[in-house]
Design a protein around this ligand. Structure first.
Ligand code: NAP
Ligand code: HSE
Length: 415
């Protein structure tokens, strides 16, 4: 009998439990030889909407980590500490580790790979990127042949769900977020979703594998969706665009740029038609060309499905830890490898300030066309480098707090 210890019994943990205990296909293929023997929670007495034997719960991680009968530890409790300490201890105590926790994987990626290798244990983290989408496993396979130079995608279910609801059904931001939380898409602290940090973590995990390197979240220029207002969404619609929060990483020779930012995409483009909590990841390799991975990016069942697929691979011995030994050194180029036209809306406290704002922008030698100059100043810039746009916005930011800017996903807008 293979015994599993779950660290966490929330949205993902309960989904994993349900698949392992009730899914007939799983039970048949594993010949009923897999069981969840213990589950770590914060509060044993909490009401849980799921049937399970009460004595399986523990509030003491050592009941799992020090149990010699447990073969696989599934880390689905979220956060950095104590998840990090528990995962290291699990490896040191001879257990395989499967996790959905992108925060801890992106921060301790190298350490986990090294510790897993040292202890000859599996370290699988498919569910940490793209929820139910199998992307890590095919990516590991692809880089055996390909040099990857581009990763781009919608990598967060919560923000894509919120933007879809705001765009298609005129939801307020607050109502859409509340619904995403009820559906189990959001992180315990939804700031991680809204401000783009969750995407940055996923992008760093993908970049580490794709570029065979170590890329840090700190090098990812990260913006979220909180500046986008109803009037922006209406304007995007008039322009034939939709806004999507997109993670992109691009590598040119020994340099890379990575960003999380609102992008304006054509309504009928591939990115424009990925709605609700669905995610899409596109990866470009020199041999295979562009690969796209699409599916449900968050939620109980899709995510638990990815976790259980990793568990099956561990049990069948069909896994290969990613080999990080011969990694390449690549340097962060900030945001400078990205370029495009930008939508910029500034809402000054007093509309009398608008002529001064226009002068300020002209003095910065920026070419732009004015779309609106009433309560708001709305402009569309010529194609400029992302780092130059960031500098410009930083200068504006000292005086004007109410603004929104987003890059067009092509350079054609002023043509
Ligand atoms: P969740 O619903 O908040 O569940 C967290 C679980 O962990 C709860 O059972 C909680 O115990 C337990 N827990 C938290 N801190 C603990 C501690 N210090 N000691 C003991 N137990 C602790 O979270 P989730 O949505 O399942 O997410 C779990 C992980 O999967 C996170 O890393 C998340 O980023 C990742 N993930 C989530 C999704 C998704 O769609 N939700 C998708 C992909 C990846 P109590 O039940 O007693 O509170
Ligand atoms: N909060 C995350 C999201 C969960 O919304 O995408 C899946 O990683």
């Amino acid at each position: 009998m293979i015994k599993i210890g779950l660290l966490g019994f929330g949205t993902v943990g309960s989904g994993v439990y349900e698949i392992i205990t009730t899914n007939e296909n799983f039970k048949k293929s594993m010949k009923d030889k897999v069981m969840i023997s213990k589950i770590l929670v914060r509060d044993k007495n909490k009401d849980r909407n799921i049937k399970f034997p009460q004595n399986i719960l523990t509030e003491n991680a050592d009941d799992i980590l020090n149990d010699p009968e447990i073969d696989i530890v599934v880390a689905v409790m979220g956060g950095i500490n104590p998840s990090y300490q528990y995962i290291i201890k699990a490896f040191e105590n001879g257990k395989h580790v499967v996790t959905a926790n992108k925060a801890v994987v992106s921060k301790y990626y190298d350490t986990f790979l090294t510790t897993a290798k040292k202890n000859n244990r599996a370290f699988l983290f498919e569910a940490s990127v793209g929820g139910g989408i199998p992307v890590i496993k095919p990516l590991k396979q692809s880089v055996k042949i390909n040099d990857v130079d581009k990763i781009k995608g919608i990598l967060n279910g919560t923000t894509n769900f919120i933007l879809t609801k705001m765009t298609e059904e005129s939801y307020s931001f607050e109502d859409a977020l509340k619904l995403a939380q009820e559906l189990g898409y959001a992180e315990a602290d939804p700031t991680d979703d809204i401000q783009g940090y969750d995407i940055a973590r996923k992008l760093s995990i993908l970049s580490n594998i794709a570029f065979k390197s170590t890329t840090s979240v700190e090098n990812i220029k990260c913006r979220g969706i909180s500046d986008i207002s109803k009037c922006d969404i209406e304007k995007f619609d008039e322009l034939g665009k939709k806004v999507k929060l997109v993670g992109s990483a691009i590598k040119i020779e020994d340099e890379y740029s990575a960003s999380v930012e609102p992008l304006l995409v054509d309504k009928n483009s591939t990115l424009g038609t990925v709605n609700d909590a669905f995610n899409i990841v596109s990866v470009s390799g020199n041999t295979v060309g562009e690969l796209q991975f699409f599916g449900q990016g968050a939620g109980k069942n899709p995510t638990a499905n990815a976790v259980v697929c990793d568990i099956i691979d561990v049990i069948n011995g069909e896994y290969e830890n990613f080999d990080n030994d011969n990694k390449k050194v690549i340097d962060s180029a900030g945001a400078k490898l990205f370029e495009g036209s930008y939508y910029l809306r500034i809402t000054p406290e007093n509309k009398q300030q608008i002529p001064n704002l226009i002068d300020f922008l002209l003095n910065k030698a920026l070419k732009f066309k004015i779309c609106e100059q009433d309560e708001n100043l709305i402009i569309i810039t010529e194609a400029i480098r992302a780092d130059k746009m960031e500098n410009l916005v930083e200068l504006l930011n000292t005086e004007h707090k109410n603004y929104c800017y987003a890059r067009f996903d092509d350079n054609k807008i002023l043509a």
